[in-house]
Design a protein around this ligand. Sequence first.
Ligand code: GDP
Length: 295
Amino acid sequence: SKLKNSLVKTKNNFSGKIDQLINYSGVYDDEFFEELEEILILADLGVETTNTIINKTRERIQIDNIKDKEKVKSVIKEIVREILIDDEVTSFKYPMVILVVGVNGVGKTTTIAKLANLYKKQGKKVLLAAGDTFRAAAVEQITIWSQRLNIDIIRNDQGADPASVIYDALQAAKARKTDVLICDTAGRLHNKDNLMSELSKINRVIANESEFFTQYNLLVLDATSGTNAVNQANVFNQATKLDGIVLTKLDGTSKGGIVIPIKSQLKIPIHFIGVGEQMDDLQEFDASTFVDALF
Ligand code: GDP
């Protein structure tokens, strides 16, 4: 499958190395766990998540007195699956506003286009809002997508107040009976205060229409950036409420294991993954399918 192909490098770097260790060790002593720890750290899982996995693995191997290599592998796989599975399933209610946030370059515009394409294919009425008024290129790029997808867009000149673009888009969405309004935002992380005030202003504008729309804030992260993705998520988490994550560029990276610390440390559900540059290369994230592809 597309997902399996996308995760080949990640698999080599993650479960492939765990398999090698298990096949070669045979005993589950301190040395084994030290080497497992090294593999997890090198796969960018971070100290916290690595410790969680190590402790749980140690505990289960001991309690169940597991010796069989295949069983040890499946214990680790189960622990990862448990981390990735969501306790609560988010229910999407239409009409909705999706506010898309993330740093420039992570694949935000492409993701917006992919989402628009997805909802349009489902028969939803979609509208786009060019809320990244900071970069002229951003408005141009999302406009090109809107033309390609034949989806309407609300835009203003570069430098216009992003909140006012979003306000106009909300009014248009009400008038046109839009099911899904997808809003782009600026991704200048170096200016944290600007980011915070801009997002809180936009959030207020959308909240004012909460009787008409369900708001859903989506953070886009780039899997190839490894631990940096977790850092970005922490910054955005402080700047705005986050309901879900889209993890892009999982295809071709060896750093896909980053889904694990993202999920375990941030407690924000991963809703979609990007597995390519084409419009259909957006998949709903399913923990079990993902883990099966990863191991
Ligand atoms: P933005 O600056 O965050 O809006 O980023 P863009 O949407 O312009 O994407 C930056 C680059 O990443 C473009 O070349 C996209 O084609 C590429 N890209 C986006 N998502 C994916 C993905 O899931 N997989 C791959 N391989 N490339 C992607």
